[in-house]
Structures are given as C-alpha cells and as structure tokens.
Write a protein that binds this ligand. Structure first.
Ligand SMILES: [Zn+2]
Length: 333
C-alpha cells in the first residue's frame, strides 16, 4: 500500500466514529514502534514530523524511513504528515519528500511565535491548499491558538477558536481538516489540575461542518506512572497533568478524527532508557536500551489506538492514491 492521502483516512474515521492517532517521529526507532503498534492493533495511522524533526533527521533519512514503513506494512493505511508547517516553503518541502498530508499553521507567523490576523491566516492557508490539492495532498489548517510551546512552536498564549470564524475559515480556504483551540496545550507541562476543555466549540463547528474532520493538538495525557518512573531513575519531571483520555474520547464522539500525540511517546522512551541506565550501568550497546525503549513506545501507542477506537479498522477501505485524491479536488472546483 502506498502512502494514503490524509483526507481519506480521516473521512473514514469520521464515518466510522473513531479517532486516528498522529504520532510524532524523529528517528528510526520511533517509526518502527508506531508501525509495530499499528500492525498489532490493525489501525490506520498518521506519522508526523515537525519542522524540527525534518531538520534533526536531515530530510532524506526521514523520507527513506517512511518508505520503509510503507514497504514493510502494506496492510496499514498510513499518512505521512507535516506537523505545524509555517508557510508555503515548508509545505513544498514536505510534498517533494512524498508526504501525503500537510499542516499549515497560519495561526502564527513564520517565526512560529507571533499570532496572525484572521486575514493573514486565510491568505497563507489558501496558498498552501492550492499548491497541495493540485498534487493530491491533503491539508490541515488551524484557527485559534493553542497553549504551550513545543519544538519552538507556540505563542505561549491560548486563544480559543471562535466557531463562526472556524466555519468561515473552512469555506474560505478549502482545508480538508481543521485544528481547533479548545484549551489543550503543547508539551509535558500543561496543567496543574485536569483541564476543562471547551467541548462546546467542537460541537458548534461540527454541527455546521459535518464533512470536516477536526483535529486535537497537544493531547498527550502525560501519564503519572511514566513520570514517576522517569523520576525514580534520576529524571526530573515536575507534577503536571495532560488531557484525560475521556476528554479525547468525548472529542471523538463530537467529530474529532485526528489526535496529535508526542509527549507520551517521548516519556515512554525516556523512562525505559533511564531504567536500563540506572539498573544496569555496565551496558553500553545502544541496542540494549533502545530495544526496551522501542517496546515501551509501541505499548503506549497501541494503547492510544485502542482508546481512540481505531483498532481493527485498517482494512475497512481500499486506499486512494494521490492521483485519485487530486481528481477528487478537481471535481469539486
Ligand atoms: Zn500542534
């Protein structure tokens, strides 16, 4: 199975009433563990790379790891997604690498920090949609700004999405799916107490944009057991709470189809590595700590796939090619 356009995976999820996890990667082990989890649970999946990840992995390394994931897992619908693209250039880079889904985060200026005006957001998003759709690649936009900062992206302030503006934005830009700011936050240090998410925003957008899958960013749960394990073996993570699984599941019932998870995977990997370092300080072969790290990562990813309801849905549909998706966009013009 070649890489699948993101739109198809999320439209199927919307139809089936489940959510698809979008997991961030920077290296081989992370891609391997996500694919192992997708295979075990038979789930469709998004693998996503931030601009920081592309820089870290030197573009071509990531491209070939992604192609290996496709070759080795022909039965899994897999979209390769650019997370928080900051302009037309980053979208072009991703499309040239073979990505089948691109996020343009027009809620922030190219510096990834300064919030834009609504008009600026529409302007850059529309350009990216035009470029990507002409190549069969799907596009995610963002309206409102999320809290927290990750990989240098974020304004550090939350501006919740205005539902009316979101509806206008979908119509004016033609985005395939849309990230809403409903009170979630990027990174591991999100909340002191369990957050109350603005689910009414999701419901209001969903009621008037039935065919637009919605996206939740900053949705790691920051598991306490992993934090405790990290700290037990010499780490230093302060107490913090993430987004409870029940809140994500409520989002899924209200039209959220893509859920971005990064921190939870990082924590699983770090806890496993620290444990080996602490308990077996004589070990120095990277495989001896990366193997348990990979297993711990796969375990938490598989857990999320089951919790989001994606498990068992890998073979529900025949995957579309980029050419077919391109024809779909042209037919809508
Ligand atoms: Zn994000």
């Amino acid at each position: 199975m070649p890489l699948v356009p993101g739109r198809q995976i999320l439209m199927e999820a919307l139809k089936g009433g489940y959510g698809v996890g979008a997991f961030n990667v920077n290296n081989m082990e992370q891609i391997q563990s996500i694919m192992a989890a997708a295979k075990e649970t038979r789930s469709p999946v998004f693998i996503q790379a931030s601009r920081g990840a592309l820089k870290y992995s030197n573009l071509n390394y990531l491209r070939h790891l992604m192609l290996a994931a496709v070759e080795l897992n022909p039965e899994i619908p897999l979209a390769m997604h650019l997370d928080h693209g900051n302009g037309l250039d980053s979208a072009k880079t991703a499309v040239e690498l073979g990505f089948t889904s691109v996020m343009i985060d027009g809620s922030l200026k190219e510096d990834g920090k300064t919030p834009t005006t609504y008009e600026e957001n529409v302007d850059v998003t529309r350009k990216v949609v035009e470029y990507c759709h002409a190549r069969g690649v799907s596009v995610e936009g963002e309206i409102g700004t999320l809290g927290g900062i990750e990989d240098g992206v974020g304004s550090g302030q939350i501006h919740l999405t205005d539902p009316d503006q979101a509806i206008r934005f979908i119509a004016e830009t033609g985005v395939d799916y849309l990230a809403l700011a409903i009170g979630t936050s990027h990174g591991a240090y999100k909340f002191k107490v369990a957050p109350k998410l603005a689910m009414d925003i999701v419901q209001k957008v969903r009621a008037r944009a039935k065919d637009t899958p919605l996206v939740m960013h900053g949705s790691s749960t920051v598991p306490a057991d992993l934090r405790d394990e990290i700290n037990r073996y010499g780490g230093k993570m302060p107490n913090a709470m993430g987004v409870p699984i029940s809140a994500i599941q409520e989002g899924i019932r209200n039209g959220v189809a893509k859920i971005n998870i990064d921190t939870d995977g990082r924590m699983a990997i770090t806890a496993a590595i620290r444990k080996v370092f602490a308990e077996e300080p004589s070990k120095f072969d990277p495989r001896e700590y990366l193997t348990p790290a990979r297993e711990a990562h796969a375990k938490i990813v598989a857990e999320r796939m089951r919790e989001f309801g994606a498990a068992g849905h890998a073979q529900d549909y025949k995957p579309m090619t980029l050419e077919e998706n391109k024809a779909y966009y042209q037919s809508k013009k």
